[in-house]
Design a protein around this ligand. Structure first.
Ligand SMILES: C[S@@+](CC[C@H](N)C(=O)[O-])C[C@H]1O[C@@H](n2cnc3c(N)ncnc32)[C@H](O)[C@@H]1O
Length: 208
């Protein structure tokens, strides 16, 4: 099987990152809106990071929020990061391979869309987000389109020749609790035209 980062590096060369931006946009806007409400209930401003950021479009979107004081994006596909840096010199974009990459600061809000299931051990990533990437009282929001209840998505690993870790909605939610998140909330974002929608999950890192 191919490495996901090699596939998406190629997608960036072919301009397919822009299609993801269009396709993921409605669910991501819904996820960010739910997360902002929670983060801003305790903070006057927030720092933001997007993991598996692709060309960085969500970093630019979040940085436009008037209470966002710092926004960074991380991705393992070199050309995605090159594109992000070419579009935007204000925010930070970094080449990073997960789950091993470590942050140099902790963030109030971590976002991730259509990334975590490419990992062989997504729970390890979720643990790292909780323990290493989030500041105390910080929130994470993650969007997943490949999950057991989304039948059409089960053919994607073979079609793309890329590993995807497949879990049910219930298993994903349990994983959030197991790594220590509190106030976990899950819903289907952008559930339109009879489609199953994006499994969106958010949760809080409680003060230790
Ligand atoms: C489906 S794309 C989503 C990109 C972006 N979040 C969006 O919604 O447009 C998945 C992204 O995750 C990145 N990725 C996959 N596995 C990775 C890994 N192990 N480490 C770092 N990035 C990875 C890919 O390079 C790709 O840019």
């Amino acid at each position: 099987m191919k490495q996901a980062t090699d596939v998406f590096n190629d997608w960036a060369h072919r301009g397919k990152d822009e299609g993801m931006e269009r396709g993921h946009g409605p669910a991501v806007r819904e996820m960010l809106s739910a997360a902002y409400k929670r983060v801003l209930s305790n903070n006057e401003s927030f720092s933001f990071a997007d993991l598996g950021c692709g060309n960085g479009w969500v970093v630019r979107l979040a940085s436009e929020h008037e209470q966002c004081r710092h926004a960074d994006g991380f991705d393992g596909a070199e050309h995605m990061i090159e594109k992000a840096n070419a579009f935007d010199s204000e925010n930070g974009y970094y080449l990073a391979m997960f789950p091993d990459a470590k942050p140099s600061m902790q963030y109030n809000l971590i976002h991730s869309m259509e990334f975590i299931y490419y990992l062989h051990k997504p729970k390890k990533m979720l643990q790292s987000i909780h323990d290493e990437w989030l500041a105390e009282d910080g929130w994470a929001v993650i969007g997943i389109d490949h999950y057991a209840e989304h039948e059409e998505s089960l053919s994607w690993p073979e079609a793309l020749d890329v590993h995807m870790s497949t879990f049910s909605e219930k298993e994903w939610i349990e994983m959030w609790h197991e790594v220590g998140f509190s106030e976990v909330h899950a819903w289907r974002a952008n559930q339109t035209h009879g489609k199953p929608g994006t499994l969106a999950i958010l949760g809080k890192k409680a003060a230790q």
